[in-house]
Design a protein around this ligand. Structure first.
Ligand code: AHG
Ligand code: MN
Ligand code: MN
Length: 348
């Protein structure tokens, strides 16, 4: 957010100094009775991501580059920074009394914290380090998170039931990109707001208030090396973008860190896709902690997110690490993609 420079040129603007904590306190008024607990919960995420970014920035100087040798529940090799990020998030969040359940890409089962506390009413689901195979080559990585409330009638000791909710039940979601700067983007269902970490003071400062995704963008973002194994309609759609059918020829951008590719798509518009492939018939991305937070933010910013057929946020999950195809982006591109949805699937 910017304000006119006092007494100066009307073109010279200074940022208003709003920290993410101030912003969250303001937003929290949308939750009657939340009385500070929600801002305290989110401060666990901001603290953890500051700690993670500090290690990401120094990764080449410490022993934190490379694989740990372990394999996670997805069958993927864990990087040392995956493990570090997961531990930091778990530590920072598990001391927040309002959190009862934590679920992570790196843990097979959700973790129950504050067992028995009636004050523990929230679950946080996260991908501690997204795009971690990029870390060794100094390319942007990130963290994604989704916050859910314990559903009515679900007992404290049933952590799976806390998190197996459709994305339309998220009460907040966001991500952090550890890129050329560190930026946190979040929403509590009242627009999307971005905060850049000022490293000199260690605070996230409001830099991107009320982000709106452009109606149309210039880029499509997909791993085109899998093209031959996409369902044909994905390839047809990419051909239309490249041929100029939507009024312009699209350029391609693909970082390989979802959070960074999505951040560009949120700010610049266009479309990001991770389609089904022969090897991954449900795509690669995980519904609960990758696709859902991204879909929540995209919709809040005026864009759309579908699994190729239906709204991502309406998918009823049946397992914590389930995968989903993802098509997310501007309205114009998504409307065009929907032309290729088979009529028996449309509107599902
Ligand atoms: P993660 O590092 O959390 O396992 O996620 C990696 C994901 C995602 O960030 C990215 O969009 C995708 O992997 C890239 O996969 P491909 O190499 O198959 O394109
Ligand atoms: Mn990921
Ligand atoms: Mn990850």
């Amino acid at each position: 957010m910017t304000a006119p420079h006092p007494g100066g040129s009307p073109h010279l603007r200074t940022p208003t100094r709003i920290t993410v904590q101030q912003h969250i306190l303001q937003e929290q008024k949308r939750f009657p009775g939340a009385s500070g607990e929600f801002s305290w919960l989110l401060s666990g995420i901001t603290l953890a991501t500051k700690l993670i970014q500090a290690q990401v920035r120094r990764a080449g100087l410490t022993d934190l580059l490379g694989a740990d040798g372990a394999v996670n529940v997805q069958g993927e090799v864990q990087q040392k920074l995956d493990i570090y990020s997961n531990e930091v998030l778990a530590q920072c969040l598990s001391v927040r009394e309002s959190i009862g359940v934590l679920a992570s890409e790196e843990n097979e089962q959700p973790i129950l914290v504050h067992r028995g506390s009636e004050n523990a009413n929230y679950a946080v689901v996260f991908d501690p380090l997204d795009g971690s195979s990029n870390i060794d080559v100094n390319v942007s990585v990130g963290t994604t998170f989704s916050i859910l409330r314990r559903p009515e009638g679900v007992e404290l000791h049933e952590p799976e039931k806390w998190v197996l909710q459709p994305g339309n039940k998220q009460i907040a979601a966001g991500y952090v990109v550890y890129g050329s700067s560190t930026i946190l983007v979040y929403s509590v269902g009242n627009g999307v707001h971005g905060f850049t970490l000022d490293p000199s003071i260690g605070a996230y400062m409001l830099s991107h208030p009320n982000i709106r995704m452009p109606e149309q963008g210039k880029y499509y973002s997909v791993n085109e090396s899998y093209r031959d194994s996409f369902p044909p309609r994905y390839a047809q759609f990419i051909d239309r973008l490249r041929a100029g059918t939507l009024g312009q020829r699209y350029a391609s951008r693909y970082i390989g860190s979802m959070v960074a590719d999505v951040h560009r798509t949120l700010l610049k518009g266009g479309v990001f896709l991770y389609p089904p492939t022969t090897d991954n018939p449900q795509g690669k991305l995980r519904l609960l902690y990758e696709a859902n937070p991204v879909a929540f933010l995209a919709e809040q910013a005026g864009g759309m997110a579908i699994d190729g057929e239906r709204r991502v946020l309406d998918i009823e999950p049946d397992s914590i690490h389930q995968r989903t195809p993802l098509v997310v982006g501007s309205r114009m591109e998504l409307a065009d993609f929907e032309r290729f949805i088979p009529s028996d699937a449309a509107g599902v």
